[in-house]
Design a protein around this ligand. Structure first.
Ligand SMILES: NC(=O)C1=CN([C@@H]2O[C@H](COP(=O)(O)OP(=O)(O)OC[C@H]3O[C@@H](n4cnc5c(N)ncnc54)[C@H](OP(=O)(O)O)[C@@H]3O)[C@@H](O)[C@H]2O)C=CC1
Ligand SMILES: Cc1cn([C@H]2C[C@H](O)[C@@H](COP(=O)(O)OP(=O)(O)O[C@H]3O[C@@H](C)C(=O)[C@@H](O)[C@H]3O)O2)c(=O)[nH]c1=O
Length: 298
């Protein structure tokens, strides 16, 4: 077994490197500078050189607002880059594990989304990820697509890290209380990806190819998520708890943000692979600890 991780410098890529190292799974991480997934020849060369038995695609344009203002670049990476990886994987009969998002759904259902629900993306990022999924399904039959949501880690461009940075500066935080979803700790999601590959590697019959949902346990609002970060931060630093204010998404004055209810149902993953959800609050504790080790003001 050898896992090639594309997008290895991202928040999920970094978590995957750590999890593979902890589990002693042979792996090789390639960052954007080493393998640009928009370049088919570069992918082919890296695959020839590294001879992986699995490829994991953690490379993407994940900044939802930037995607909206540069759609061409977003489609080039999230759709065409995914298609390039799928082509090379299929040519070498290498299974591809590809990451996708709750943003393929419109967030209007009011119930957890299963893998059977019809996607209806509402922004460029969500649409580019849906078209990336479709390319993977069409071009690489041996695939696993994992959709997740609200991924966070101690560092990187994510809601957790931005909120923690604001709290450290002593700024008050406003967080949307009309967006419901499931935060997911990057390490938990990476552990799920590793567990899936380990089971696929057991050569199960029938094969387990397809689309699965994973998010951490416990639907919540952005407001409650931010409050939990604030409480955990205050406990860690023994400082008074900073103020977090609930607001409507409409008050953020950005068309990309709107009220949504996008909870992913994870039963298919459990019944197929036996993988249970971890709690996101446990992830927040861990991420605050990790941030502290990297210089959280105390
Ligand atoms: N963040 C979230 O909340 C969620 C993310 N996902 C999905 O999970 C996956 C990982 O996301 P996440 O780790 O959060 O995102 P990050 O933005 O943290 O990481 C993405 C990585 O991809 C790299 N990258 C960008 N363009 C290319 C390219 N053309 N070729 C190779 N690498 C490239 C980036 O490098 P550089 O910065 O140098 O360009 C970056 O290191 C993505 O597929 C995303 O859609 C799914 C659900 C939720
Ligand atoms: C600026 C601001 C934003 N918000 C909210 C609005 C918005 O939903 C969110 C923005 O944070 P993020 O950029 O982390 O969130 P966003 O870009 O919406 O996150 C998404 O990222 C992509 C990659 C995904 O795949 C999704 O699952 C989801 O996690 O925070 C506040 O609550 N308060 C604020 O002051």
């Amino acid at each position: 077994m050898k896992i090639l991780i594309a997008g290895a410098n991202g928040q999920l890529g970094q978590a995957m490197l750590r999890v593979c190292a902890d589990l002693q799974l042979p792996h090789c991480g390639v960052a954007h500078a080493q393998m640009d997934i928009t370049d088919l020849k570069q992918i082919a060369a890296v695959v020839e050189r590294e001879q992986p038995t699995y490829v994991v695609n953690m490379a993407a344009v994940s900044d939802v607002r930037a995607a909206q203002s540069d759609a061409a670049h977003c489609y080039a990476v999230n759709r065409d880059g995914a298609a390039n990886l799928a082509r090379v994987c299929a040519e070498h009969s290498i299974p591809l594990l590809h990451l996708s998002t709750d943003y393929v759904f419109d967030g209007q259902l009011g119930l957890p989304y299963t893998e059977e629900h019809k996607p209806n993306p509402q922004n460029v990022y969500g649409n580019s990820k849906l078209e990336g999924e479709e390319a993977v399904r069409e071009l690489c039959p041996q695939h696993v697509i994992v959709r997740s949501s609200w991924v966070f880690a101690a560092t990187g461009n994510n809601f957790f890290a931005r909120t923690l940075a604001a709290l450290q500066r002593g700024d008050s935080v406003q967080a949307a209380n009309d967006q419901i979803g499931c935060p997911t700790y990057a390490v938990h999601l990476a552990q799920v990806c590793a567990a899936i590959l380990q089971q696929v590697d057991c050569d199960t019959d029938p094969p387990l190819w397809g689309t699965y949902h994973y998010c951490d346990r416990g639907p919540t609002t952005r407001y409650d998520f931010a409050r939990t970060i604030a409480t955990t931060f205050a406990q860690r630093t023994e400082a008074p708890e900073p103020k977090v204010e609930p607001i409507d998404s409409s008050a953020l004055n950005d068309r990309v943000y709107s009220a949504r209810h996008a909870v992913l149902a994870t039963e298919k993953l459990f019944f197929t692979f036996g993988i249970r959800q971890r709690g996101w609050r446990q992830g927040v504790k861990r991420a605050v600890e990790v941030a502290a080790q990297h210089g959280l003001t105390e």
